[in-house]
Design a protein. Structure first.
Length: 271
């Protein structure tokens, strides 16, 4: 029995860089559930490195900063896969080459580039794939635990993620006029990834995360039935054990509605 009801369905995953990528873990769980997973990476060089950790996977190249490449990606994928049942948008970038500065000193070009890659790319991808998505497809993005307070260690990426959260709401509303495609956001606490390692001071930030004997190794996204949603499936979080940190899920956006809650993933203790 296919508990997740995704066996044989096709999912497009953006954002794999290495084994520590959130997108990598998501792709693994989808594959374990017998879904067909295809990937999109930023460059030919990235495709070559990702192919080594995902042997046999169908990997496409698309730089989301270039709208023509997003358009070409949709065209190329549709030639092999007429219908896509789900898209995972796990893409984010912020230029911290000069270190973490006070927010008011953020450079315009750095902020706009981060908005373009981390937020607008979801709008562009959704638009190009709108006619290629299954009528009940699901689009998922990865955000952060909170954008309601000033999380200084996250720098100017935090307001960029706030824009992403709002974008999910507007995409859900916009697509509802002609489809049943669902747009959801998983807003996790600190995750130990190679991308987070690029944030100045991120190591210190992890010391604020509670440590537990039942530790979690990865957070993954699946699609299951749940009565909370008016649609058939929403996002669920799975987690597995690892050595270092206990990650807390803070909130989730379901079809444009922000639901705040907190619990220890994989431990089952309400806190």
């Amino acid at each position: 029995m296919d508990f997740l009801d995704i066996a044989g369905k096709t999912f497009l995953v953006f954002g794999v860089a290495n084994r520590k990528s959130v997108a990598f873990s998501i792709g693994q769980v989808l594959s374990e559930a017998k879904a067909h997973v295809i990937y999109s990476v930023r460059s030919a060089e990235r495709k070559e490195s990702v192919a080594k950790i995902l042997p046999g996977a169908d990997i496409f190249v698309c730089d989301v900063e270039r709208e023509l490449e997003i358009k070409k990606l949709a065209e190329d994928i549709s030639k092999k896969y007429p219908k896509i049942h789900g898209i995972v948008h796990s893409i984010a970038f912020a230029n911290y080459e000069e270190g973490l500065k006070p927010f008011h000193e953020t450079k315009r070009k750095d902020f706009l580039q981060s908005i373009d890659i981390s937020c607008y790319s979801l709008i562009a991808i959704a638009n190009e794939f709108k006619d290629r998505l299954d009528e009940k497809a699901s689009v998922v993005t990865i955000s952060i635990s909170t954008t309601k307070i000033a999380a200084e260690p996250y720098g100017f990426m935090a307001p960029v993620k706030a824009a992403l959260d709002s974008t999910i709401c507007f995409l859900a509303k916009s697509f509802s006029s002609f489809s049943q495609v669902r747009f959801n956001s998983v807003n996790a606490g600190p995750l130990k990834t190679s991308a987070s390692a690029g944030i100045p001071g991120s190591v210190n930030y992890y010391t604020m995360v509670p440590v537990s004997a039942n530790i979690i190794s990865r957070i993954t996204v699946s699609f299951i039935k749940c009565p909370v949603s008016n649609y058939r499936r929403i996002i669920w979080i799975e987690s597995f054990k690892m050595r270092l940190y206990c990650i807390r899920l803070k909130s989730i956006i379901i079809q444009g509605y922000l639901i705040n809650f907190s619990f220890k993933i994989g431990i089952g203790i309400i806190v």
